[in-house]
Design a protein around this ligand. Structure first.
Ligand SMILES: [Zn+2]
Length: 467
C-alpha cells in the first residue's frame, strides 16, 4: 500500500511538473512572439552597424552595442573577454572577365576568398583550366597546370535534404583549392560559389594556404554560380580562353577584440554553467543577418526571455557572443581556454549558427542516455512544431569546449534557403522573417529552461522529480 501511494505521489508530482513545464514553454513562446527583442536587435546590428568582419570598426561597434544591450537587461554579470583576432581586408572591389579572343570579353562576378592574397598589381590574366575537384589536379600534373588559373567547378549536391551536408561536401574545395593548385604551378584559383541556387552572387568564405611559403601563395576568388555555368559552357566550346581577375585584399596585423558575455548566475548550482551563443563577427559582403546576427540576437534573447517569463535558473546561464568564427575561431578557442584555466564546469552549450529560419529542432553531441532524456521532452515542443531531436553537429564556437561530460547542441532551423545567402551580399536583414527568428529564440530558451531544470545527468526519473 505504501509503495502504491509512493508511486501515486510520484505520478502526481510528474503530472504537475509536466504541466508547469508546458505552461512555462507557453510563456516563453508567447513572450518571444509578442514582445521579443531579437528582431529589433538584429535590425540595429544589420542596418545601423552592418557587416562585422573581425578586426573591423563595425565589429568593434557590434561589441559595444551588444554589451550595452546586455547591460540594459539587468543581468547578474556582463563582461568583455579580450581576444586577439586576425584582420583581413578586401580592399577595392574585385574585377574579372572571360576573354574569348583579343579584346572580346565578358565580365563575371567574383569576390576574393577570405584570407587570400591579392593578385599582382594590374591583375592576373592566364589560360584557365576546369576541374571538378582539387583531387583532379594530380592527374593533370604540373605540365598542364603550370602558368594557368585553375577553375574548381564543383556544384553542391542538390539531392541532400540537409543542405549543410552538401556544404560540408564542397567546402574543402574553397578552403584548400588554392594551396593545392599552387603546388602544380597555377597562378590563381577561381572556385564555384557554395550556393545551391543559380544566381549572380559570389559567396566568400575562409581559405588557407597551410604551410605554403608566402612567395608561393596564389590569389583565390569565388565566382557566382551563374558565371561558373557560363565559364564552364564557354570552356566546353573553346579550351583556349583567357581569364582575368584582380583583387587587392590584404592580411594586416592582428588586432584586439572581444567576446561579449552576459550571465544570469545560477540560484542553486552557480558553478554549473550553461552556454548559449552565436558569433558576432560576419563576412563583409552583406550585413551578416543570417550568419550569424540571428544566432547572436537569439542568444541574447534567451536571457531576457527567461527573466520575462519569471524563470529563475538554478544553474548559471551565459550568453556568449563569440568573435572571429568566420576566419579564425579565435573567440571560441579563447572562451574554452579561459574556462579551462578557471576550472569552470560547463555542463551544456547550445549554438545557433545555421540562419534565422523556422526552427525544426536541435542536434546533439552527447551519450545515448542523455539523448533519450532530451527526446523525452518532445511532447512539450509539439505545439510549436519542433520535432527534430537527433544526434549531430553542434557548432564551431562551442566545439572547443568539448570534453567527456559536456552536452553540446545546435539549433536546427530549416536549411533550404540558407545557402542562397550564406557569405554573400544578399545576407541581409530583409531576408530574415521576424516570426521565424523569434520562434528560434523561444525554442532555444525552452531547451535551456529544461536543461537547467533537469540537468545533464542521466539518473532515474525519481531523482529528477526531486529537483
Ligand atoms: Zn556562421
Amino acid at each position: 500500500m505504501k509503495r502504491f501511494i509512493t508511486i501515486l505521489l510520484l505520478f502526481v508530482a510528474f503530472q504537475i511538473s509536466a504541466q508547469t513545464d508546458a505552461e512555462n514553454l507557453k510563456k516563453i513562446y508567447s513572450n518571444s512572439l509578442t514582445n521579443g527583442m531579437s528582431y529589433q536587435w538584429l535590425d540595429h546590428l544589420s542596418n545601423q552597424i552592418g557587416g562585422r568582419l573581425s578586426g573591423s570598426l563595425n565589429a568593434e561597434k557590434a561589441v559595444q552595442y551588444t554589451k550595452e544591450e546586455f547591460e540594459k537587461l539587468g543581468l547578474d554579470k556582463v563582461w568583455l573577454q579580450p581576444v586577439m583576432v586576425p584582420r583581413w581586408v578586401r580592399g577595392a572591389p574585385e574585377f574579372a572577365y572571360i576573354e574569348t579572343s583579343p579584346g572580346v570579353t565578358t565580365n563575371v562576378n567574383i569576390c576574393a576568398l577570405g584570407g587570400s592574397v591579392a593578385t599582382p598589381n594590374g591583375g592576373v590574366k592566364a589560360k584557365i583550366i576546369e576541374v571538378k575537384t582539387y583531387k583532379d589536379l594530380e592527374a593533370l600534373g604540373v605540365e598542364k597546370i603550370r602558368g594557368k588559373i585553375v577553375f574548381i567547378n564543383r556544384p553542391m549536391q542538390a539531392d541532400l535534404i540537409n543542405t549543410f551536408e552538401a556544404y560540408g561536401g564542397c567546402s574543402v574545395e574553397r578552403y584548400a583549392g588554392a594551396a593545392e593548385a599552387a603546388k602544380y604551378g597555377a597562378v590563381g584559383t577561381i572556385v564555384r560559389s557554395l550556393n545551391l541556387r543559380l544566381d549572380d552572387y559570389p559567396h566568400t568564405g575562409s581559405m588557407g594556404y597551410g604551410d605554403l611559403p608566402l612567395s608561393q601563395r596564389i590569389p583565390s576568388a569565388a565566382i557566382s554560380t551563374n558565371d561558373a555555368e557560363l565559364l564552364s559552357g564557354m570552356l566546353a566550346l573553346n579550351k583556349n580562353l583567357n581569364f582575368f581577375f584582380s583583387q587587392n585584399c590584404k592580411q594586416l596585423p592582428d588586432v584586439q577584440s572581444y567576446n561579449v558575455i552576459g550571465e544570469i548566475t545560477g540560484s542553486e548550482f552557480p558553478n554549473e554553467i550553461i552556454v548559449v551563443g552565436g558569433h558576432l563577427d560576419s563576412w563583409d559582403l552583406g550585413d551578416g543577418s543570417h550568419d550569424d546576427g540571428a544566432g547572436v540576437v537569439q542568444s541574447m534573447d534567451v536571457l531576457r526571455l527567461l527573466k520575462e517569463s519569471g524563470i529563475r535558473p538554478k544553474r548559471t546561464i551565459r550568453a556568449v557572443l563569440f568573435m572571429n568564427e568566420e576566419n579564425g575561431l579565435r573567440g571560441g578557442r579563447k572562451y574554452a581556454e579561459v574556462a579551462k584555466q578557471k576550472n569552470e564546469n560547463h555542463v551544456f552549450a547550445l549554438e545557433s549558427d545555421s540562419g534565422g529560419f523556422t526552427p525544426r529542432g536541435f542536434s546533439f553531441q552527447c551519450n545515448e542516455a542523455m539523448l533519450a532524456k532530451i527526446q523525452g521532452w518532445r511532447s512539450l515542443f509539439k505545439p510549436y512544431l519542433i520535432h527534430y531531436f537527433e544526434e549531430g553537429y553542434s557548432g564551431a564556437d562551442i566545439s572547443p569546449l568539448k570534453d567527456d561530460t559536456i552536452v553540446l547542441a545546435g539549433l536546427r532551423p530549416d536549411s533550404q534557403r540558407y545557402f542562397d545567402h550564406h557569405h554573400a551580399s544578399n545576407d541581409t536583414f530583409e531576408h530574415v522573417n521576424k516570426r521565424e527568428l523569434e520562434l528560434g529564440a523561444a525554442s532555444m530558451t525552452a531547451l535551456i529552461y529544461l536543461i537547467d531544470k533537469y540537468g545533464t545527468q542521466t539518473i532515474s526519473n525519481t531523482e529528477e522529480l526531486r529537483d
